[in-house]
Write a protein that binds this ligand. Structure first.
Ligand code: AMP
Ligand code: FE
Ligand code: FE
Ligand code: ZN
Length: 286
C-alpha cells in the first residue's frame, strides 16, 4: 500500500483536522501518512490517537520554511522525536511568524488595506500563522475575491506586502531536524530552482529529496531521481494536501511505495542506535 509523505492540517495552514486526515487516509487505503505542518508538530498527537492501532502509520514530520538569498526553501523532517530538542526552536519560529504577520499587516497598511491583527488571530486559531491565514483575512474583509487573488496581488514573493521568513536558513533547518532524531529531506526543489545548493545540503546531512510532487514536471522528476541515485538519497513524495480551498490535489493522489517510509524509519533507527552507542556520525558535530 502507498504512503503520502506531505500533508498539512489545521495545526498550520491546512483546513483539515488531524482526525479528518486519518479518516481520509483510511478511505484511500494508505499504509502510512506523514503530517508535515509548517514549523509545528502540534497536530501529531491527535493523528496518532485517531489512527490508534488500526492505522495508517503516522510518521511524525514537519516542514520547516526557510529563506536563502531570496529563495523559499522548505526542509521536511521525518520520524522526529517529539521532545525537548524541538520545542525551543519551534517556539521561536511561532513567535517569528507572528512578528512577520505584523510586518505584513504594516506593509498592507501602506497600501491603505487594513487587516486587524485580532481578526487574523481568529482566522489562524492555534495554528502557526502563515500567509494563507492573511490571504483568508484579506478575502473575508473584501480586499480580494479569493485567497489566490490575495497572494497574486499582495502576498506572493515579489508582491508589495511580501515579507520573507528571517529566522532559519536551510542549513539551520537541516540541523534542527537532525537534532530531533529526524531525517531531513529537501521539499519540492522544482519550485525553488536552486539545484546548485543540493551538494552543500547533502554535506550538512540532507538524506532525501521530494521527487514526486504535484507541481513537478516530468523533467523535474527525472532530474531529481538521477540526483538521488547518484548521491544515495531517499526519493520521497506526497500531495502537499492542505484540504479544501487550496490548489493542492487530494490526499493520496501523489504517493510513494511503503518501502520508502520503511527506508526513512531505518535511517532514523540507525542514527538513534549510533547516537546511543556514542559513535559520532557526520551529523553529530553540527
Ligand atoms: P508562509 O509559511 O507564511 O510563507 O506561507 C507558505 C504557504 O503559503 C505555502 O505552504 C502555501 O500553503 C501557501 N502559498 C504560497 N504561495 C501561494 C500562492 N501563490 N497561492 C496560494 N497559496 C500559496
Ligand atoms: Fe502551506
Ligand atoms: Fe512547502
Ligand atoms: Zn507543504
Amino acid at each position: 500500500m502507498p504512503a503520502d509523505l506531505h500533508i498539512h492540517s489545521i495545526a498550520s495552514d491546512g483546513r483539515l483536522t488531524p482526525e479528518e486526515i486519518v479518516k481520509q487516509a483510511r478511505n484511500v487505503s494508505l499504509s502510512a501518512i506523514a503530517l508535515t505542518d509548517h514549523d509545528t508538530v502540534d497536530g501529531i498527537q491527535a493523528a496518532l490517537e485517531a489512527a490508534g492501532s488500526s492505522g495508517p502509520e503516522i510518521i511524525p514530520g514537519i516542514e520547516l520554511n526557510t529563506d536563502l538569498d531570496g529563495a523559499e526553501i522548505h526542509i521536511l523532517g521525518y520520524y522526529l522525536n517529539l521532545g525537548d530538542d524541538l520545542t525551543g526552536t519551534l517556539a521561536i519560529l511561532r513567535t517569528a511568524r507572528e512578528n512577520r504577520a505584523k510586518m505584513i499587516i504594516a506593509k498592507l497598511e501602506q497600501l491603505r488595506i487594513r487587516i486587524d491583527y485580532e481578526h487574523l488571530k481568529r482566522v489562524a486559531g492555534r495554528a502557526t500563522m502563515g500567509r494563507p491565514h492573511i490571504a483568508r483575512a484579506l478575502y473575508e474583509a473584501g480586499y480580494a475575491s479569493s485567497t489566490e487573488e490575495a497572494f497574486e496581488r499582495y502576498l506572493a514573493k515579489g508582491k508589495p506586502a511580501y515579507v520573507a521568513h528571517h529566522r532559519l536558513d536551510p542549513f539551520m533547518a537541516i540541523e534542527t531536524v537532525l537534532k530531533a532524531g529526524g531525517i531531513p529531506v529537501l521539499a519540492h526543489p522544482g519550485l525553488a530552482k536552486k539545484d546548485e545548493l543540493i551538494p552543500e545540503f547533502v554535506a550538512r546531512g540532507l538524506q532525501g529529496i521530494e521527487v514526486f510532487y504535484p507541481f513537478h514536471t516530468p523533467g523535474d522528476v527525472a532530474r531529481y531521481e538521477k540526483i538521488c541515485l547518484e548521491q544515495g538519497l531517499v526519493m520521497t513524495g506526497g500531495t502537499d494536501c492542505h484540504g479544501p480551498g487550496f490548489n493542492y490535489p487530494p490526499l493520496g493522489t501523489v504517493t510513494v511505495p511503503d518501502e520508502t517510509a520503511r527506508r526513512l524509519k531505518y535511517l532514523h533507527n540507525r542514527r538513534s542506535i549510533e547516537q546511543q552507542a556514542g559513535i559520532s556520525g557526520r551529523t553529530e558535530n553540527i
